[in-house]
Design a protein around this ligand. Structure first.
Ligand code: SF4
Length: 245
């Protein structure tokens, strides 16, 4: 499963140029999770990640390539939560190694469902004092941090452990590399472009599932399939003679 591999490769190359702090995952390290959404009022907030119109990028990429993620890890690029005083640009990116899910005779349903389940994990993580606001329209993930959580010692390592603990409940997931980025030197516009592309790839899988036409020449998704290695093979299986590109 290589659909997202070029995005992963580019993202890892881009982020590796920035100074980083890396922490191994530990289930015991997770910040308290409330299990349900919590409202952090403006007056109780210290600041917002991605607030005041700053970038707030989020995406998750899955891969079956074992070369990208070798262990569960949290990587912080830029200031950590307790070093931040005001709104900052923000990105949270998950690179997730999964079992190879085979697509037989163009039946993308098992793969699409697995990817969707992994993508939905983020909607079930509720760290205390860390209120996530997402927008599916532009893939933003903005976070309001409460003063109380800061005083109690919240940081990205503990938040990352909470996220990874939730990811690891999915039996398809083997390892997760989770990035929290606040470094102003990061190329957030490029990361936002990757986020959009990830969304387009997943959308294309869902459209194939709905029963797309088999003529690539007249298909609206052709620009995505032209760019993403492996997409046509997913749609048509090994019988490439079926499609007209
Ligand atoms: S493989 Fe061709 S028909 Fe299938 S979604 Fe892509 S462009 Fe459309």
């Amino acid at each position: 499963m290589q659909l997202y591999d070029s995005i992963i490769k580019d993202t890892l190359e881009m982020l590796s140029a920035l100074p980083a702090r890396s922490y191994p995952y530990s289930e015991a390290g997770a910040w308290r999770d409330t299990g349900e959404s919590e409202l952090v009022m403006q007056r109780d907030a210290a600041y917002e990640l991605g607030g005041d119109g700053k970038p707030a990028v989020n995406f998750s990429c899955v891969t079956s390539d074992t070369g990208f993620v070798d262990k569960d890890e949290i990587i912080v690029l830029g200031k950590d939560l307790r070093e931040i005083k005001t709104s900052v640009p923000f990105a949270r990116i998950a690179v997730i190694q999964i079992e190879d899910i085979s697509v037989e005779e163009g039946d993308t349903e098992p793969l699409f469902r697995a990817i969707q389940d992994i993508d939905f994990v983020k909607y079930h993580v509720y760290p205390e004092g860390y209120m996530v606001r997402t927008s599916s329209e532009n893939n933003r993930e903005q976070v309001r941090i409460s003063k109380k959580a800061l005083a109690a010692g919240i940081d990205f390592y503990k938040i990352g452990c909470d996220y990874i603990a939730h990811y690891k409940q999915d039996p398809n997931i083997k390892a997760v590399k989770l990035f929290f980025v606040t470094d102003p030197a990061a190329d957030y516009a490029k990361l936002a472009g990757h986020s959009k592309k990830v969304h387009e790839i997943t959308l294309t899988l869902s459209k194939i599932l709905e029963g797309m036409p088999t003529d690539c020449g007249s298909c609206k998704l052709k620009p995505v399939c032209d760019e993403v290695e492996g997409m046509r093979e997913l749609h048509f299986g090994k019988n490439k003679a079926e499609f007209k590109g």
